[in-house]
Design a binder for this molecule. Structure first.
Ligand code: XMP
Length: 504
């Protein structure tokens, strides 16, 4: 085990893990209060304390086990991680007179291994309201900004280092260099981790979780579940039962495509369309929809498991951004992803998530390594709750049919101008309103469709795609002509943040 990141809940903590892996070092993210004894057992070569939304002055402040500072393992604190370290080791933290958000200039104030061969001044990304006022005994100050007198500190004897800024974000141009210095020069880690190791580890994890019997792997139509299913197949061979719950909220042609993609897998398609639609009747609130769908999934899985006499294990393709956005401990819940926060507690199956620490592009690499076809590896992400999160307001069979028909057209047209799969997702959203139009001299009063096309690296941030006007024009004409009930097409020009990719 190379590096453990203790997660204090910052929205962008995933980037720390990602940068460490990009430096070819394996890294696991654990809750902030993981006991030192557990950490010692895992024998990491370094520990990183992440940032987080809390203030060290708040109620019920998230604190790590103080014993981690005596393990003799090199530690790097980032932002909140630095403040909590200062507070626990006898330094002083106070609310900053001027909170710093955004780009600042960092000035080196002394020589240190961390900033060796570093320019005297360099841009860094800040995001904090509190700051360290006095370093703990044994620490020295390494850098400052115009308003933060202690922007980096270290006790090099005890190998404890800390930075107030965020080296993990791309707005800190030398951030990866700083992380690499910590990993290689300070913690003396060998960069020998490869994505191929993920396959081995995931396979071993699945084999450990399912020593005997047949396990259920859930397919949803997106790339994550396809890769998880392939891993399960490699790990368990014929001891895998793949299940696709047809909740009636899948895209057009989804069932057939999944069946065609896994000719060798024992796949059961469960027709649960009636149950899901009934359970969702009259429900408009997005989180309630997600929770209902999560519960209906669990019920369906439980029934299939009993019917087929499977082991009580569910293998699914949860990826890291799902974990974070569902409010992984300390983080704010943005949405309950059905395969994480949306699953009810009474679920009787153990959930195994071999991709839990990976980002989508990493998942795609794993998929390619496993020999999945390009077609499958480059499938767009598709949310577990399916079209339900693309229908604003109540879900009815008619409204599902509208959004499904429009979605097919959007995907078809975008695919024509995106042969290299640069677009992250392209889909249609049905709004809960109507507007006036005119068709063939007749007044219409029908539904608008929102076209959402985004570019993204990992789904955590996204930008709306500048697709050709001609494509937008064709989408608009086709949707209105081919989907009765739609008389208007609008294009969503919101990035994430402040928007999210899906509308619910
Ligand atoms: P948002 O809408 O949160 O979406 O910006 C980020 C990415 O995650 C997908 N998504 C989901 N995937 N279960 C999933 O497996 C879910 O409940 C879920 N909700 C959103 C979304 O399609 C986008 O790619």
């Amino acid at each position: 085990m190379a590096v453990i990141v203790l997660d204090f809940g910052a929205q962008y903590n995933h980037l720390i893990a990602r940068r460490i892996r990009e430096a070819q070092v394996f890294c696991e993210v654990l809750p902030f209060d993981t006991p030192a004894a557990v950490l010692r057992q895992k024998s990491p070569q370094a520990i990183v304390l992440s940032g987080g939304p809390a203030s060290v002055f708040g109620e019920g402040v998230p604190l790590p086990d103080v014993a981690i500072f005596s393990l003799g393992i090199p530690i790097l604190g980032i932002c909140y991680g630095m403040q909590v370290m200062a507070r626990m080791l006898g330094g002083q933290v106070s609310p900053a007179r001027k909170p710093e958000y955004g780009r600042r200039t960092l000035y080196k104030t002394g020589e240190s291994v961390l900033f060796e061969n570093f320019p005297d001044e360099t841009p860094v990304w800040m995001s904090h309201g509190d700051q360290v006022q006095a370093v703990p005994p044994g620490f020295s100050i390494l850098a400052e900004t115009d308003t933060t007198p202690i922007a980096a500190m270290a006790d090099s004897e005890r190998k404890i280092w800390a930075v107030q800024f965020h080296p993990e974000v791309s707005h800190t141009p030398l951030g990866s260099h700083i992380l690499a210095t910590f990993l290689f020069a300070i913690a003396k880690i060998e960069p020998d981790w490869k994505p191929a190791d993920v396959v081995q580890e995931a396979v071993a994890m699945i084999q450990r979780a399912v020593p005997k019997g047949r396990a259920l792997v859930a397919l949803s139509g997106g790339v994550d579940s396809a890769v998880a299913a392939k891993l399960a197949e490699v790990a368990l061979g014929e001891r895998v039962q793949a299940v696709l719950i047809d909740h009636g909220l899948l895209r057009q042609g989804e069932v057939e495509e999944v069946e065609a993609a896994f000719p060798d897998l024992d796949l059961v398609v469960v027709d649960a369309r009636r149950e899901f639609i009934d359970a969702l009747q009259g429900v408009s609130e997005p989180e309630q929809k997600r929770k209902i769908i999560g519960r209906a999934f669990v019920d369906s899985f439980d029934r299939v498991r009993e019917r087929l006499g499977l082991a009580d294990v569910l293998i699914q393709g949860t990826v890291y951004p799902d974990v974070i956005e569902s409010g992984g401990r300390g983080a704010q819940t943005i949405k309950s992803h059905h395969n994480v926060g949306g699953l009810p507690e009474h679920m009787r199956m153990r959930v195994v998530e071999p991709l839990r620490w990976l980002f989508k592009d990493e998942v795609r690499k794993v998929g390619s390594q496993l020999g999945l076809s390009d077609n499958l590896v480059w499938r767009q992400p598709f949310p577990g709750p399916g079209l339900a999160v693309r229908i604003v307001g109540e879900i009815t069979a008619e409204r599902v049919a509208l959004v499904r028909a429009a979605d097919r057209i959007v995907r078809e047209e975008v695919a024509l101008v995106d042969p290299d799969h640069r677009i992250w997702q392209a889909f249609a959203v049905l709004l809960g309103i109507q507007s006036v139009g005119v068709m063939g001299d007749q007044r219409t009063y029908a539904h608008p469709i929102v076209v959402r096309v985004v570019n993204s690296e990992d789904g955590m941030t996204a930008d709306w795609a500048r697709i050709p006007n001609d494509t937008l024009d064709r989408i608009s004409q086709r949707v209105v002509a081919e989907v009765p009930g739609i008389n208007r097409v609008v294009y969503d020009i919101t990035s994430k943040p402040p928007g999210t990719i899906e509308w619910e």
